[in-house]
Design a protein around this ligand. Structure first.
Ligand code: ATP
Ligand code: PRP
Length: 329
């Protein structure tokens, strides 16, 4: 490449062994990565076997800003943060592709014994109160937009813009509905007197621990590879190659590579069975021998027990199951 591509790798939940292990994804995709082990990340990360990539640590909250400004060329970030950054300003980012992990939902939550089942019920029940409604969130732009789109909010407050506070900075004119920036541990604000929170949820465990229930889903999110709109064609081509490599590792995890031996007299029958039951991609690969042949198929992991059962009925022997490292279509 003429110029190196600058990659932003996420710190936090998207590089956590129990959540979204981006480090492991790069390793599985065949990259030799140094300085990006979860919990022990360096600011500059080395990708030893691809000299075209320069990698830096980024916070998902600010990755979209860095992409919009062309400070990094590409980055892995949750779609929730891309959307939060583009509520008020047009985004200068291009989605290269989804990576199918870091899956969360951005939700509105209230105490679990509240009588409200949705945000409309909440606004209706609180319309005559004299003190401001307080909502804490790490996503003030998406939250304010969602509130303003609510029909009951519009009936009560018209097009007044909820007051928003991000540390010292404030905006908006409707002081009766306030959206206040949180920097984490958002669930706890309800116990401290907030009426609503907007936070992301994965297993729901944090909400349960805080005694909260969801009343609305604002959006669903997963991690993806994004590029800056400032990237040259050469960098975009490189970004697509990196994405293919990562996606190959993600897709591979969903399949087993299975081999088994079968008598030549049963080959046709077995092949037909595998194709009809979609237990292979297009057709099985067959390595023919004089009396027996070896059949090789890739099957979704969830269908492996069913397959064993079926091929045993055809007297299959020497069944071998391997994990796949990379599957690129
Ligand atoms: N429990 C989770 N499992 C998978 N992905 C998550 C989880 N929590 C958050 N994410 C995703 O990780 C990205 C960053 O999340 P968030 O803004 O909550 O910060 P964080 O990485 O958890 O860091 P912090 O430690 O500052 O809270 C978001 O795109 C979010 O959707
Ligand atoms: O539904 P769950 O599986 O409980 O996951 C969701 C929680 O994970 C993240 O928080 P994190 O632990 O990163 O801390 P934070 O609240 O300070 O962001 C997120 O902000 C939620 O609070």
């Amino acid at each position: 490449m003429n110029e190196k591509i600058i990659l932003g790798l996420p710190k936090g939940s998207l590089n956590n062994v129990k959540r979204g292990n981006t480090h492991q994804l790069f390793v599985d995709a065949g990259y030799e990565v140094k300085g990006y082990e979860p919990g022990d990340e360096s600011y500059e990360i080395e990708i030893l076997n691809d000299e075209d990539i320069v990698a830096f640590l980024t916070r998902p909250q600010s990755t979209p800003v860095e992409l919009n400004r062309g400070m990094v060329d590409i980055g892995i970030v949750g779609e929730d943060w891309i959307k939060e950054e583009s509520v008020l300003r047009e985004s200068n980012t291009i989605k290269i592709g989804d990576l199918d992990y870091g899956k969360t939902r951005l939700i509105v939550a209230v105490p679990k014994d509240s009588p409200y089942d949705n945000l409309s019920d909440f606004f209706r029940a609180n319309k005559d109160r004299k003190t401001p409604i307080l909502c804490f969130t790490e996503y003030p732009n998406l939250t304010r937009k969602f509130i303003m789109e609510n029909e009951v909010y519009q009936e009560i407050y018209g097009d007044a813009v909820p007051f928003v506070q991000v540390r010292g900075l404030t905006d908006g004119d409707n002081e009766m509905v306030q959206v206040i920036n949180s920097d984490g541990a958002t669930e706890v604000y309800i116990a401290k007197g907030a009426d609503l929170i907007v936070d992301n949820t994965q297993t729901g465990s944090s909400l349960r621990k805080a005694g909260l229930k969801e009343i609305e889903t604002i959006l669903q999110s997963s991690a993806g590879l994004y590029a800056s709109g400032d990237c040259t064609e050469e960098k975009l081509d490189k970004a697509k190659m990196i994405y293919e490599q990562l996606l190959g590792a993600i897709t591979a995890k969903k399949y087993f590579d299975v081999k088994f031996n079968i008598s030549n007299s049963k080959i046709e029958e077995v092949s037909k069975y595998l194709i009809e039951n979609k237990l292979c991609a297009d057709e099985p690969t067959i390595n023919s021998g004089s009396d027996f042949s070896q059949i090789n198929v890739l099957i979704p992991k969830s269908r492996f027990p069913e397959m064993i059962d079926a091929i045993k009925k055809f007297d299959a022997t020497s069944i071998i199951r391997n994990d796949l490292k990379q599957l690129v279509y």
